[in-house]
Design a protein around this ligand. Structure first.
Ligand code: NAD
Length: 260
């Protein structure tokens, strides 16, 4: 049980982050949400956590592309939750284009949100975790933290960076009860990935069903989506009993993608 533990999950108004926030809350943790959305969407996310947890979780609207807002979010979580025992760096965006046409602003935004925010948030929580003698940093990287794909230069660079940063933090805290690991999902059924199916269907003039099987899941030997709940269970494991020996790992959950 995670009773008495607190968790800050970034990008948790949708998709994988919301799934992780719900499962950690269901296990007894007090959580804080972060992420964009309309007031209705944010209220729905808070309700979705409250349904399985104890109380409506606080929400930080911090824009993680701004380091000052990342630090302010951690401070807000420390006030609202008392402390941050578990940090899940999950917020992320995607943009696809060949390098020659890749917009500079998209490169900067993806590096800021998908990579640098993980650094700033981890830096802000590490001292407290070590002082209290327990902590978990879980970075949601990607199969694209381990292998590349065309047209995803910023995303692949950022996710490889996340895996590298995970290793360095893990080495620095190796003799404590704080761990830092990366989860590397393949294609997970979320709004972020479903948008790519729609774009591929349009580009190739095929149905979304064909786009999913022939293009998106071409990389994923299982030929099925990984589900949000499966990723959430991997995060829960990393917070639970028996996980203390796992440190600096990049854990794949990708239907066999990087095994091929
Ligand atoms: P999603 O689009 O459903 O959710 C992304 C979340 O991040 C949302 O809550 C959004 O509001 C938030 N967010 C985006 N930009 C932000 C910003 N600047 N500041 C604060 N919050 C911001 O996406 P998802 O598929 O659940 O992705 C979550 C993470 O998992 C991402 O890091 C993504 O790269 C990674 N991932 C996803 C897949 C997949 O197939 N869906 C696969 C591997 C890795």
């Amino acid at each position: 049980s995670l009773k008495g533990r607190t968790a800050l999950v970034t990008g948790s108004t949708s998709g994988i982050g919301l799934g992780i926030a719900r499962l950690l809350a269901a296990a007894g943790a007090k959580v804080m949400l972060n992420g964009f959305g309309s007031p209705e969407e944010i209220a729905a996310a808070r309700r979705a956590v409250a349904e399985v947890g104890a109380a409506e979780p606080p929400h930080s609207a911090a824009d993680l592309s701004d380091p000052a807002q990342v630090r302010a979010m951690v401070a807000e979580a420390e006030t609202a939750l008392g402390q941050v025992d578990i940090l899940v760096n999950n917020a992320g965006i995607q943009f696809t284009s060949r390098v020659e046409e890749f917009p500079d602003a998209k490169w900067d935004a993806i590096i800021a949100i998908n990579l640098s925010s993980n650094f700033h948030a981890s830096k802000a929580v590490l001292k407290g975790m070590q002082a209290r003698g327990w902590g978990r940093i879980i970075n949601i990287a990607s199969a694209h933290g381990l292998v590349g794909s065309p047209e995803k230069v910023a995303y692949v660079a950022a996710k490889h960076g996340v895996v590298g940063m995970t290793k360095v933090i893990a080495l620095e805290i190796a003799q404590t009860d704080v761990t830092c690991n990366a989860i590397c999902p393949g294609f997970v059924r979320t709004p972020l990935a479903e948008k790519q199916v729609a774009a591929l269907a349009e580009k190739h003039g095929v149905s979304e069903e064909v786009a999913l099987k022939d293009f998106l899941l071409a990389k994923q030997p299982s030929k099925r989506w990984v589900e949000v709940d499966e990723v959430a269970h991997m995060a829960l494991y990393l917070c639970g009993p028996g996980s203390g020996g796992v440190n600096g790992s990049a854990l794949s959950i990708d239907g066999g993608w990087v095994a091929a």
